[in-house]
Design a protein around this ligand. Structure first.
Ligand code: ADP
Length: 266
């Protein structure tokens, strides 16, 4: 970072002024560089599915066999789904980064939301031969959250728990009251995350480069970034506990919102 030393070794207001100017220029350059990197990265991420779609569309046009046509269509649909997910995530990221995503918070009992997220995860998990479980206490306290944003966060964690799992593995969605907090956790018996990566997985576009897996498993390294931002917007905390080859547990800690007698809870 270029902020440490004034250039001339001078004193007083002059050197202070120089330092301030240098700082601004550096910040501008960094912002411009980050913007360029972002555009380059997104262009690349969009270009590869487009290439695949182009290739399979050509095959589709020439295909005589029914099986080849079906395969081409399936690939095209998968790639369109991936691009759709990327664009949806990018829209959310840009809103978050611009500070224009203002949560509409309501006091909510989480039970129903967690049950919905669980129900939606079942077919996706079972389709991959995974077992899914839901573990809720009877008296889960209420929390004050934006339901739509929170759904995105939960869905991202469940999607990862399914995606980075192993055949025959399991995914458990749980919640518990813990003092003045509610802790929601998503536990999987998947591939796990090594310590150095654990600190970085919440960064924008960060993906663990494990042999061949990232491309095969799809994804763009935005899900956990978004999830962490959403949790932060709710003044909560997200943590990960993981052991490579054994599995991972992501937990979201939120302040519980005691319900005064007679108050509305959604
Ligand atoms: P992606 O779209 O790549 O899944 P995320 O931001 O959701 O992006 O996750 C970032 C990276 O963290 C992933 O690429 C993966 O390497 C790792 N990761 C996330 N969740 C898990 C998990 N449950 N088990 C193992 N690795 C995970």
């Amino acid at each position: 970072c270029a902020t440490a030393q004034p250039l001339s070794g001078g004193h007083g207001a002059m050197s202070f002024g120089t330092l301030v100017v240098l700082r601004d220029v550096t910040r501008e350059q960094l912002a411009r560089q980050a913007g360029n990197d972002f555009v380059a990265h997104v262009s690349h991420e969009l270009k590869s599915p487009l290439n695949v779609i182009g290739m399979y569309a050509e095959m589709l046009a020439d295909a005589d066999e029914e099986s080849l046509r079906v395969e081409s269509l399936n690939v095209i649909q998968d790639e369109i789904e991936r691009m759709n997910a990327l664009v949806g995530n990018l829209l959310n990221v840009s809103k978050l980064d611009a500070g224009s995503m203002s949560p509409e918070r309501n006091r909510v009992r989480l039970d129903d939301m967690l049950r919905d997220a669980y129900d939606q995860a079942i077919p996706r998990a079972e389709g991959k031969g995974l077992h899914v479980a839901l573990d809720l206490p009877r008296d889960l306290d209420a929390v004050t959250i934006d339901k739509d944003l929170f759904r995105i966060a939960l869905n991202n964690l469940l999607t990862n728990a399914i995606k980075y799992n192993r055949p025959g593995g399991s995914v458990t969605l749980a919640a518990r009251n813990d003092g003045h907090e509610i802790v929601i956790s998503v536990r999987d018996t998947g591939i796990g995350i090594a310590a150095p990566d654990r600190d970085r997985i919440f960064e924008k576009f960060y993906r663990v480069s494990e042999s061949g897996a990232p491309v095969a498993r799809g994804g763009h390294g935005l899900g956990l970034y978004l999830t962490a931002q959403i949790v932060e917007l709710h003044h909560g905390r997200i943590a990960v506990d993981s052991e490579p080859g054994v599995g991972s547990t992501f937990s979201i800690h939120l302040k519980s919102a005691p319900v005064p007698a007679g108050a509305a809870v959604l």
